[in-house]
Design a protein around this ligand. Sequence first.
Ligand code: NDP
Length: 491
Amino acid sequence: MVATLYINGLWREASDGGSHDVQSPHDQSVVATVSQASQTDVLDAIAAARASFDSGVFTSWSFKERSELVAKIADLLERDADVIARKESDDTGKRFIEAQYDVADVVATFRHFASLGAKEHGRSVDVGIAHVSSRIVHEPLGVASLIGPWNYPLLQIAWKVAPALAAGCSFIIKPSELTPQSAIALTKIIEEAGTPKGVANLILGPGSVVGSSLISDPRVDLVSFTGGLTTGQTIMKAAATTIKKLALELGGKNPHIIFADADLDAAIDNAVTAAFLHSGQVCSAGTRLIVERSVHDRVVTEIVHRAGKIKLGGPNDESAETGPLISKSHLANVSTYVEKAIAEGATLLIGGERSDKAEHAKGWYFLPTVFDNCTSDMSCVQDESFGPIMTVEIFDTEAQAIAIGNDTVFGLSGGLWSGDSQKCARVASALRHGTIWVNDFGPYRPAAEWGGYKQSGIGRELGEHGLGEYLEIKHIWTNNAPSRSGWFKDL
Ligand code: NDP
């Protein structure tokens, strides 16, 4: 039996004894066995979070005290970085070194929110009356369900946990059932750092089973979710009944525009990274390449050449450059996406199938894939594949490049390459996406807000706004010289 649920300050087994084997996407070996929560466990976790919040055990801490806790968690994460990175790499199949980068980003996230929380909060408002003091204060929002995806499991949960703690919320963490180990490690550290019992709770299990109460229970005030568009829509509907606050980080179909006057060598290299890093399992992957006609042939030829040389391999293969897809069912989805693209008339230039190498036989390895002759009306251009698939479209004018880049229901991120700084400024301003990279693609920092326009989400994580998602704003008006209002006739 395994006791990997954390509820009200105690590690416990599932109440019905349920457990789940976590399989490596590299070779299907079992890398861990974890508890699988029952509905009773979910309700217990929500009750614990609610009770701890309402008791004031954590909300009574000052911002400064909570910031010290968040900073301590950053230190402990740094201490255990390699152990946690190993678990992350086992669960996701990503290379150990990539998981190490992820954990370093997680530490930076906790440090960012520690420093933000330590700042002065609230402000005075001049209401123009000498005997009235008017204060805007920030208070912890309440109980939050924090639901994360499998592609960057610890990082995406950290973007939620760190501000929730800095703000003084109580919460229930729910990682993807495919990748639970790093959330267990983080919860152990939250406990070790001295977080009051009931504040942090951990529920494991498939979203379709354990998710329902987390998104609809009236005792939950906020759902902060990172995942796919369809699940986001389910959450919005469920949350409507009790008007929960929502923070949604959903998918993206991110345009990557290359103008003919760009540094083409750098642009091509970054285009390959943007599309094939982590085998395309990145919400901000630059999988929609939009190239100026005059340089199309050179750009596409070089990308295809480089895509064919990318080395696939498992967590322990030091020569590997990217790893497997997360699961058999995800591989099936990506394969279906390819079949559809071919049926719609896109030209397959390379890849489009599973790797046939013997060492990949037990894993979910998919070859880097490039489709040319794509147009905006094709589903392969509009839908997120979340796999290593690049589609290529052509433009002739700046206005066309912008129109194509905005022709999507998503709006998470985009990039553009040009040697003309005025053109860069115009296009960056015209693209309706939450992050725009100019002559770059991919970097982010915890101090800068992250999130999507349109159907890529609601709200922002990171930056200052990322803390604001977990705070209520209260206006306190104090009249220091009380008098009658005099509005109605004398009684
Ligand atoms: P899913 O939407 O399938 O799942 C995300 C999380 O939601 C998982 O923990 C899942 O649990 C859970 N879940 C599933 N169904 C429900 C439900 N009915 N109620 C409550 N929780 C539920 O997304 P993926 O995990 O497949 O992640 C990939 C998606 O995430 C992509 O679309 C990607 O673009 C997006 N993403 C967005 C980011 C951003 O910053 N905008 C960052 C990273 C990813 P379980 O897996 O256990 O079933």
